[in-house]
Ligand binder design. Sequence first.
Ligand SMILES: NC(=O)c1ccc[n+]([C@@H]2O[C@H](COP(=O)([O-])OP(=O)(O)OC[C@H]3O[C@@H](n4cnc5c(N)ncnc54)[C@H](O)[C@@H]3O)[C@@H](O)[C@H]2O)c1
Ligand SMILES: O=C(O)[C@H]1O[C@H](OP(=O)(O)OP(=O)(O)OC[C@H]2O[C@@H](n3ccc(=O)[nH]c3=O)[C@H](O)[C@@H]2O)[C@H](O)[C@@H](O)[C@@H]1O
Length: 340
Amino acid sequence: MSSDTHGTDLADGDVLVTGAAGFIGSHLVTELRNSGRNVVAVDRRPLPDDLESTSPPFTGSLREIRGDLNSLNLVDCLKNISTVFHLAALPGVRPSWTQFPEYLRCNVLATQRLMEACVQAGVERVVVASSSSVYGGADGVMSEDDLPRPLSPYGVTKLAAERLALAFAARGDAELSVGALRFFTVYGPGQRPDMFISRLIRATLRGEPVEIYGDGTQLRDFTHVSDVVRALMLTASVRDRGSAVLNIGTGSAVSVNEVVSMTAELTGLRPCTAYGSARIGDVRSTTADVRQAQSVLGFTARTGLREGLATQIEWTRRSLSGAEQDTVPVGGSSVSVPRL
Ligand SMILES: NC(=O)c1ccc[n+]([C@@H]2O[C@H](COP(=O)([O-])OP(=O)(O)OC[C@H]3O[C@@H](n4cnc5c(N)ncnc54)[C@H](O)[C@@H]3O)[C@@H](O)[C@H]2O)c1
Ligand SMILES: O=C(O)[C@H]1O[C@H](OP(=O)(O)OP(=O)(O)OC[C@H]2O[C@@H](n3ccc(=O)[nH]c3=O)[C@H](O)[C@@H]2O)[C@H](O)[C@@H](O)[C@@H]1O
């Protein structure tokens, strides 16, 4: 199978993206349209303005459906849809201790409702955003066959969502398969403002302090959003569409302190860091075992952390300076991303 996303063979029919207004969702919608797909974009938030543009280079159409997955008529939304990318969720690890009912509603109940509707509407393929946080505090490389032991309520809801989707695919009364992708700490232009790299770059460019939770030696397999989008598209188009759970990461981990040093080098500015307490539920280390994604999808991450950080720094600079267009080169094409 080609490891490129252009011209890959998604099932005929339009595609629907949930969480389309979000960080990863907005990049995915852009890339799908660049590859000629007609996209139905579902989110309870409005789409970023520049995603709605139909001017070139976009070739696929965009239809926005604004609403909550827990109340929309999803069977109607899914008419003529062959492939669903399910990205909608509450994504933060730390707030999940205090807002659990909302995590349950958005991550678990919404997934059950969506999967039920997919079966009724005859959707062929569902690609679900799962998370490295299903693993919990494993030492060393995290493999898909490891017993998941999430350490945060968020991780518990992501594991439940992943398993629910797979249970629907295993029912046997529908031609539906599921690819559940466990993303590892995704970064890049448009990254959620609550995430570390986003806070660090913004604070550094503004000359403000950023808090580091713990001593900064915690490790993350930081994965660039362009790689994640390519993995999503490959999962939808892979010829053997059996159900599977796959890690999407780079296979190597970098400490939070190293990210601070790289940001200093790339910006020429000295980040002002304040060390605070480690947060409950934050794992010490994440590293993806990337072998299954390589063998099933032909997927290998292409963007190194230094190069990827540079794309996010450039986007943040433009955003902070109020540039008209926040269009940045990502993974070989240009994408428009929401402003800060
Ligand atoms: N960003 C990461 O590092 C990362 C890592 C692992 C997994 N993930 C998963 O990837 C997905 C996307 O993450 P993101 O970082 O782009 O988050 P995001 O918050 O930017 O996007 C999620 C979108 O889902 C929408 N949404 C939430 N609940 C909804 C509901 N009930 N009905 C309709 N829309 C709803 C939100 O409005 C938001 O636009 C999530 O499922 C997240 O758990 C993200
Ligand atoms: O890989 C995943 O599955 C998860 O990755 C990220 O979660 P996290 O790794 O906590 O991402 P960041 O918020 O960027 O935090 C990275 C590290 O920086 C630390 N951090 C974060 C924010 C901050 O202000 N200061 C700080 O030191 C965190 O404690 C953590 O150790 C995403 O936010 C989750 O949606 C996702 O599910």
